[in-house]
Design a protein around this ligand. Structure first.
Ligand code: NDP
Length: 501
């Protein structure tokens, strides 16, 4: 890995940056059949970066046909697992080699801080591909415990064609989370990135092809959800939808499936995640820095953001005082390409207005605004919102219940453990939670009682590639991302029952 993250290196790389802005179908960059394009913007300036091919159902159909041809020909699923592993490891290496370029694409298009893109998002993407690659020749199928006159094998086989429909908040990471398990299990894939963030995905697909992934195995159809996204959801020859995004659109994919070929649907959806702080914690400084990071990392545009701080009344004020000091010192908002800053722009004007709407209604309802609560840096033309904390938020307030997907933290005090658990679980979501306590019994009791796919204790985290990620209740459906558990929904179980003579 030769890239380093300096202002000079960023400036040099931007000068030479070339956008891949066409669809990637059957191993080639091609315009949309209609010739239509849509602009993609830099949310930190409001300027258009480039025009991207706007794929419609015709293009989706071509991509699905290419994927099906590749699947049927066995150019990928028919390889020895060790060969798939080698190609995917080269793919991961190429992502690492292009780390700075990909980080810049992420930062420019999504307004994300370049330091996070460079140090977290792109390495995570490469690591996910590499980790999955390593599983190719290490996982065994099963032989069933049948009677002696029968041999029955239970094998995992690829589904065929996977449609991956993705969000804008972690464009490269989400591609990695879907491609890793989909490809290693032998599937062919058609990816639709979010219309706001196509550029890194298109470049990643090109790198995959360069690494040796055969034509047709990995296709990208940029476009709008209502056209390209729906066309993938309704396509009769797609076997699985792997989706990350809002709960509302996730529901649509279940409807598409029901209306067409009963394709499998795996959904990673929203969250309204609690961070529960018990009164026995001794190190408030550490708790404060983690609570801030959980709430504001990626500007709160994170399905697992800890957007509800459920804190014991006896330590609430001390914790908030410490948080405000750290917020002022460590959480500066500004140019996403500045490697020193931790907060960039929100994804687009409409989304910023939605976030400001939540803030305005909370103010109008008389909630206590501790800090932030406004648009900032308007003179840049970018969509920046100050990190915002409301104190003494009632459980039923809008900002305590709705996923805001912005830098807004609702502080909800409690008096008893039972109340803390009730508040934590008082949501239609169940994606992630954090729990802070120095007492091991409290940790065991409460982490069991909190209904969420991941409960992080004395930290905030989505786990790593070895652990499954996904949600209870309306945060998820049909499978988990990451770890070997992710392989389950990308494969069918095949029983072969052999009666011996
Ligand atoms: P959406 O659910 O709206 O979009 C996710 C993907 O689905 C995008 O590729 C989108 O395309 C596509 N899509 C949109 N409408 C349809 C449709 N009718 N049929 C098929 N595909 C469709 O999420 P957004 O990214 O717009 O974010 C909206 C909200 O979703 C956020 O505010 C947040 O609450 C939640 N969210 C949750 C995420 C998570 O990780 N769990 C991640 C991102 C968002 P297009 O880009 O063209 O709209």
């Amino acid at each position: 890995m030769t890239d380093t993250l300096t202002r000079d290196a960023i400036a040099q790389k931007i000068k030479r940056l070339e956008y891949r802005n066409l669809a990637f179908i059957d191993g080639q960059f091609v315009p949309a059949r209609s010739g239509k394009t849509f602009p993609t913007l830099n949310p930190a300036t409001g300027e258009v970066l480039t025009e991207v091919a706007a794929c419609g159902s015709e293009d989706v159909d071509l991509a699905v046909q290419a994927a099906r041809r590749a699947f049927n020909a066995g150019v990928w699923s028919g390889l020895a697992p060790a060969e798939r592993k080698a190609i995917m490891k080269r793919f991961a290496d190429l992502i690492d080699e292009h780390r700075l370029e990909l980080a810049i694409l992420e930062s420019l298009e999504a307004g994300k801080p370049i330091g996070e893109c460079f140090n977290v998002d792109i390495p995570d993407t490469a690591n996910t591909i590499r980790w999955n690659a390593e599983t190719a020749d290490k996982l065994y199928d099963a032989v069933a415990p049948t009677a002696p006159d029968v041999v029955a094998t239970v094998r995992r086989e690829p589904l065929g064609v996977v449609g991956a429909v993705l969000p804008w908040n972690f464009p490269a990471m989400m591609v990695g989370w879907k491609l890793g398990p989909a490809l290693v299990t032998g599937n062919c894939v058609v990816v639709k990135p979010a219309q706001l963030t196509s550029l890194s995905t298109l470049r990643i697909a090109e790198l995959g092809h360069k690494a040796g992934i055969p034509a047709g195995v990995l296709n990208v159809v940029p476009g709008l959800g209502s056209t390209a996204g729906q066309a993938i959801g309704m396509h009769p020859d797609v076997d699985l939808i792997a989706f990350t995004g809002s709960t509302a659109v996730g529901r649509r994919f279940l409807e598409y499936s029901a209306a067409t070929n009963l394709k499998r649907v795996a959904l990673e959806l929203g969250g309204k995640n609690p961070q529960v702080v018990m009164p026995d914690v001794s190190d408030l400084k550490t708790v404060a820095s983690n609570v801030l990071a959980s709430a504001f990392w990626n500007m709160g545009e994170n399905c697992s953001a800890g957007s509800r701080l459920v804190v014991h009344r006896s330590i609430k004020d001390a914790l908030l005082d410490e948080m405000l000091v750290q917020l002022e010192a460590d959480w500066k908002t500004g140019d996403p390409l500045d490697p020193e800053l931790r907060l960039g722009a929100l994804i687009q004007k409409d989304h910023m207005d939605k976030v400001l709407g939540f803030i305005d209604r909370a103010k109008a309802a008389g909630l206590t605004l501790l800090t932030g609560g406004e648009r900032i840096l308007e003179e840049t033309g970018g969509y920046f919102v100050a990190p915002t904390i409301f104190d003494e938020v009632p459980r039923d307030a809008e900002i305590a219940r709705e996923e805001i997907f912005g830098p807004v933290l609702a502080v909800i005090p409690f008096d008893t453990e039972e109340e803390a658990i009730a508040i934590a679980n008082d949501t239609c979501y169940g994606l992630a939670a954090s729990l802070w306590s120095d007492d091991i019994s409290t940790v065991h009791r409460m982490s069991k009682a909190i209904r969420a796919g991941t409960v992080s204790v004395n930290c905030f985290s989505e786990g790593d590639i070895t652990t499954p990620f996904g949600g209870y209740k309306q945060s998820g459906f049909g499978g988990r991302d990451k770890s070997v558990y992710a392989h389950e929904h990308y494969t069918e179980l095949k029983t072969t029952w052999i009666k011996l003579a």
